[in-house]
Every structure is written in C-alpha cells, then in structure tokens.
Design a protein around this ligand. Sequence first.
Ligand SMILES: [Zn+2]
Ligand SMILES: [Zn+2]
Length: 308
Amino acid sequence: MSTVFANVSLVSLVHADTFSATLKNVSLYQPQLTLIEKYWASWYIYMSNDILATGLMFFLLHEFVYFSRSLPWFIIDQIPYFRRWKLQPTKIPTIKEQWYCFKSVLLSHFLVEAIPIWTFHPLCETLGIKVTAPFPSWKKMVPEIALFFVLEDVWHYWAHRLFHYGVFYKYIHKQHHRYAAPFGLSAEYAHPAETLSLGFGTVGMPIFYVLYTGDLHLFTLCLWITLRLFQAVDSHSGYDFPWSLNKFLPFWAGAEHHDLHHHYFIGNYASSFRWWDYCLDTEAGPEAKSKREEKMKLRAQRDVKKMN
Ligand SMILES: [Zn+2]
Ligand SMILES: [Zn+2]
C-alpha cells in the first residue's frame, strides 16, 4: 500500500488496474491537486510498491533528463552555424566518438544505478523524506534547491581537486579527461568510482540537510536532480552563447569555466559557481595564468622594496 496519501482508505479507493483509470479516480476524489501532483499520486498508487515506484522514477528521470538534455547539443554540433560560439571551434566531436560515449554512459548508468533503485526508497523512509501529495510550496523548495547547489559545489570543488592528484587521477579521473574538448554527452563519462564519489555531492548534501532539518520532500529532490543534470550537461556542451546563464550571473560557472578545465587539465575544479576557484587562485587558462604571474611579480617587487 502506498503512503502517497495520509488517508489509507483513499489509496485503496482510487487504485485501479490501469494507470489512466487510477489517474481518473485521483482527479475525481482529489480535484484540488495540481496536474503534476495528480500524476505523482497516481504513479505511486498504480505501482502499489513505493520502493519500486521511487527507484524506477529516479532511474527514468535520470535517463530521460540526461539524454534529452544532451540531444540538442548533439544536433548543434552537426550545424556549422553554431561554430561561432564553440569554445574550441576546431574540435568538433565526431558521430563515432559521441556514439562510443553514449554506449559507455548508458552501460555505466545500468551498472551503477541498479543498487540505488532498490535502496533509495527505504533510505528516504529512514531519513523522513516525504513522498506525499500535495507538494511543499515553491517558497520552501526554491531556497532548498539553491542551498543544494551551493553545498554540492563545495563538495565538487574539493573532491575534484583531489582527483587531480597522482593515483586518483591516474586510475580514476583520467577516464573523464579522455575528451579535451567536451560535449554534452560526455558529462557523465567517468569511472564508476568517480560517478559515486562526485555523485555524493548531489545525493549526500540533501541527506545532510534532512538529517539536520528533518523536513524534505522527494519532489524537491527530483527538481534538484533535474537542474543539477542540466548544469552538468550544459557545462560540458562546449558552447558559450551571448545568452548563456554566466552572462547574467557572473558567478555562474557554465561551459566556459569547465571547458577550460578540460582544455588545460588543471584549474577550474568547481561545478556550478566560480567563487572557489577565484578565491583559492585555481582558475584555469592562459588569462588566469598571466593574472597570477602579474600578482606574483607585484608581490615580489613589494618584498624587494621592503627589504631596501
Ligand atoms: Zn578534472
Ligand atoms: Zn568534465
């Protein structure tokens, strides 16, 4: 029996043999719900198994968002008009390269996500993550998602920086750096150990949050994971448009930031924001390098003056 409605008898009342009949019943008995809440409740009630309903929903959400977000970048790569905004315009990934990447990512998704499908809902129950309809208000969800972006970025910066050291790079992170000019699909082309440890920033930060507050809804997590996937795919797209988000939010990293990381193999370790690389002087690229050298020169001149 699903726990999507607090009223258990309502769940058995609306349950039907097909998804569409369940949806019809939910709409009849719970007309005050929004369309998406009706679909959400019907999914849980129709599945009659919350563990499978949550696990499968997250798996399908991941596959759908990741590949459908990568598709426009694949199409853009085939159209020469867009080269003017390509960050490394001479390095267009071939269809063969993209096909290889697609197959590898898909295989790793099946291998890495087989376990979370069965364990995610029990984990949510233990932590007190709610699946009930109706959902929390936007006023509650938006600040939570903003906080997850900030926290994930902290985790990503330090874990990614660590992955660039010796054995971690050689045996794990090197796989992700196969493409010096990344493309959308390559966002999750990585060693399973990397997928799990960097992915901890995406799943682990909401876990810390709910452990502290005791209040989080699974729909907020779905929205957060969707936006985080958009961020990851877009930052690997290889394109920087005049309308890209970093043109409006100067602290947003975007493709321009992460493309330099792939190009130079060093610096720009953060995922969503620029502040960690800026403050800790790890920005990538020749411009950042010359700025750093200029700073060092000024410091050396100052020291000489002091000594005199
Ligand atoms: Zn890296
Ligand atoms: Zn990357």
